[in-house]
Design a binder for this molecule. Structure first.
Ligand code: FAD
Ligand code: SAM
Length: 642
């Protein structure tokens, strides 16, 4: 969804200024000076984070990012810094990257940091953007949205708050009582808060939300500022989730496809010990073993849950893959651009209307007509469609390999190939993964089911998962392949190592593991729809895989519900929320990625790892609930059908 960007301007003193809000971005005396005195000093930082493993700061108003850069600098300079600094910042009107570069050129002290921020800076698209610095030890979760909605959708706990909207008189929405209430819901016990303003309305809002505040000496020409602490006189009704206390940070990950290897990488980056259990002899041997696949966003006029999740996953993946490439761990991929072709003239009109309604940045998505589409693709096409300049293809197996390579560098990962998990058994505070002969393959307090549809054999999700057959054709050099990825009725990739992949069939209730004539006919028809002309792919080589799909077409990522316990407590759960559901301790899933494994697997793994370590989540709460593996249990409970 479109986000209105900020316009670069300065006031008479040369201080960055917003004409929309008629206010300056920071004290005229010094932005970095104000950041250190008011926001860091007001929160007793760096002293308060010393020796902590993780420390989380939530800021309202990212603006130019001066506070973020000053905090990052303080973190780097502090020998007692926390292992992980999570900086979450909310911004409704972000600057564009080039304006940010112009602004940052004014702060010489941030010269070592600012270019790294610019390199990771996202397009102005609504939602949560997770950016990594310092090899993942500093994380910036930038939420591009209105403050009230962003805070309401934020899941996690904060140790400190920086309140930095424009002045309350000019930007009341940033200081409303509901904003303070939302901060209180996110505050960990004894969380601190600082702001430059001492406006009456702000003090009252803070007091009502349970913050005890005091006046301190202000920065520069400002006489005073506020520092506060979360000390409600009442027992809060909504506290942030407690950090899980695992007996050992050791996880079994079952399945070494895109889903499992991504989880292994994210957990290893956080120092978990992992046993990866895979029934095949090598990673990416099933669905993730296709020659190559397409990656692209999904557009929907109503910016549906699926569209938002896919946008978050796409942007996250691009950022990660680019960073991997820079670090010399490039998977085999190409951001060659992707055309999503209209099926007919009416479809093209509908797509045109959707792009116009969403008002997206053209670098992300724009509409092209048939002529422009053909010139982008280098071959004749029947219709135009969406042009995703940053889409492309990826060999999933190469991504899985990079995931495992990185994980091995960061932590202790035991790779157990050729081991099939027959069942799971609870033993004390651990899970045991058992083979068919009853022998224990491995045990740990946490299990992540990343074994696609087979997961439903190991636990009951209260709804079946479908296995949907997909057949692709490998077209050889004689075929005039496009320069960019084409999708529409099917897809056609550029030639990769002399092979252009065309596909894929979508066969419900078909378990044939070998390519068949009906599949080839389906692919030929898809090609005809996109390119025009007749195709015979009788002699083409091919491959079959099975997608794992849930009934609502969304993945199942997170803690698995305890169906038996829910049934035993059915009456109480009739009006339940996801947080009320009983869960199987330590049992998580990362499955049902359908046809979107490339864009969903990374963000899903980051979500899961954040949940396991009790960190701020990388996705908004409605997306987290939409992918909750307990959602089918919840639905049944609400309908009295457990
Ligand atoms: C024809 C086709 C085309 C596709 N095209 C695209 C595309 O263009 N773009 C895209 O993003 N996605 C595409 N997909 C989807 C993508 O391939 C999947 O979403 C993705 O590979 C799923 O990854 P996964 O790790 O969940 O599953 P898998 O890759 O199937 O991995 C699951 C792993 O679990 C292992 N396992 C299962 N049970 C057990 C057990 N009991 N014990 C031990 N190990 C076990 C399996 O051996 C397997 O290795 C396509 C899929 C198909 C079939
Ligand atoms: C004073 S500036 C923040 C300065 C910033 N902390 C820094 O270090 O550079 C206030 C910011 O709040 C943003 N803002 C204003 N109204 C908002 C709203 N309703 N929701 C989210 N952000 C908002 C503005 O766009 C602006 O960037």
């Amino acid at each position: 969804m479109n986000i209105e960007t900020a316009a670069l301007a300065f006031d008479g003193n040369g201080t960055p200024f917003s004409k929309t809000f008629d206010d300056v971005y920071h004290s005229a005396d010094s932005g970095p000076g104000q950041a250190r005195h008011v926001f860091l000093g007001g929160n007793h930082l760096p002293a308060n984070w010393a020796g902590r493993n993780t420390f989380t700061i939530i800021e309202t108003g990212f603006g130019i990012g001066v506070n973020f850069l000053a905090t990052w600098q303080a973190w780097r300079d502090d020998p007692a810094r926390p292992a992980r600094l999570h900086y979450v910042s909310i911004e409704k009107h972000p600057f564009r990257r080039d304006d940010l570069q112009t602004l940052h050129a004014r702060y010489a002290e941030f010269a070592a940091f600012a270019p790294l921020l610019h390199a990771a800076w996202p397009l102005p698209l609504a939602g949560s953007h997770r950016l990594y610095f310092e090899d993942g030890h500093v994380t910036l979760t930038l939420i591009l949205d209105d403050v009230a909605r962003a805070l309401a959708r934020l899941r996690g706990g904060a140790d400190a708050f920086f309140l930095d909207g424009f002045s309350p008189a000019k930007n009341a929405a940033m200081w409303e009582p509901r904003v303070m209430q939302a901060l209180a819901r996110l505050a960990r016990a004894d969380a601190t808060l600082a702001t430059y303003t001492t406006a009456r309305a702000v003090k009252d809002g803070l007091t009502q939300a349970g913050f005890v505040h005091e006046r301190r000496v202000g920065f520069g020409s400002k006489r005073d500022m506020l520092a506060a602490r979360y000390r409600p006189r009442w027992q809060p009704r909504h506290a942030p989730p407690a950090t899980p206390a695992w007996p050992r940070r050791h996880a079994l990950v079952i399945g070494a496809g895109l889903a499992g290897t991504a989880v292994v990488e994210r957990l290893a980056a956080r120092g978990w010990t992992i046993d990866l259990i895979e029934r095949r002899a090598a990673p990416a041997s099933e669905a993730s073993g296709m020659h190559a696949g397409a990656f692209h966003p999904l557009l929907a006029r109503d910016d549906s849950i699926a569209a938002r999740l896919t946008r978050a996953g796409f942007l996250y993946a691009l950022q990660r893959w680019t960073a991997l490439e820079r670090a010399g761990h490039a998977p085999d991929w190409h951001r060659c651009g992707l055309l999503q072709l209209a099926e007919n003239a009416n479809d093209a009109l509908r797509m045109q209307d959707t792009v116009a309604a969403l008002a997206l940045p053209p670098e992300y998505a724009r509409m092209v007509d048939a002529n422009e589409a053909a010139s982008l693709a280098g071959i004749r096409l029947r219709h135009g469609g969406y042009w995703f300049a940053q889409g492309g293809w990826m060999r999933a197996a190469s991504l899985a390999a990079v995931n495992l390579e990185l994980a091995n560098k960061k932590s202790n990962v035991a790779m157990r190939f050729g081991s099939s998990v027959d069942r799971l058994e609870r033993n004390g505070d651990e899970w045991r993964a058992l083979a068919a002969d009853g022998s224990v393959i491995a045990s740990a307090p946490v299990v992540v089911l990343a074994n696609a549809a087979d997961a439903a054999r190991l636990v009951d999700f209260a709804h079946p998962l479908q296995r949907i057959r997909g057949q692709v054709a490998h077209l050889n050099n004689r075929f005039a392949a496009p320069r960019v990825v084409l999708t529409g009725s099917g897809y056609l990739l550029p030639a990769i190592d002399g092979v252009a992949v065309a596909g894929a069939s979508y066969d419900v209730d078909d378990t044939d593991t070998l390519p068949h004539a009906a599949g080839r006919a389906q692919i030929a028809e898809q090609l005809r729809q996109m390119l025009g002309g007749e195709f015979s792919i009788d002699d083409a080589d091919g491959r079959v895989g099975f997608r794992c799909v849930a009934v609502d077409r969304l993945p199942l990522v997170g803690a698995v519900a305890d169906l038996a316990a829910a049934r035993a407590n059915a009456t109480a759960l009739s009006g339940a929320q996801p947080a009320d559901l009983p869960r199987l301790p330590g049992l998580y899933s990362a499955i049902a990625y359908g046809s979107r494994g490339l864009v969903w697997s990374g963000i899903a793994a980051e979500l899961l790892a954040s949940q396991l370590d009790g960190e701020v989540l990388p996705l908004e709460s409605d997306l987290v609930d939409a992918v909750d593996p307990g959602r089918f249990v919840l639905k049944r409970a609400r309908h009295g059908a457990l």
